[in-house]
Design a protein. Sequence first.
Length: 50
Amino acid sequence: MLRNYLLFGLIVICFTVLLLTWMVRDSLYELQLRQGNSELVAFLACDSKQ
């Protein structure tokens, strides 16, 4: 019984990670933090080999 709960929890966590990755797939290379009047923006520069 406990094994079933652990397996179900693992499936839910994996599904959540996949869903969040799909939702933010266009903005995975940038980070924006805003607090009051301050804003911090960081970009990851990477070249893809085509």
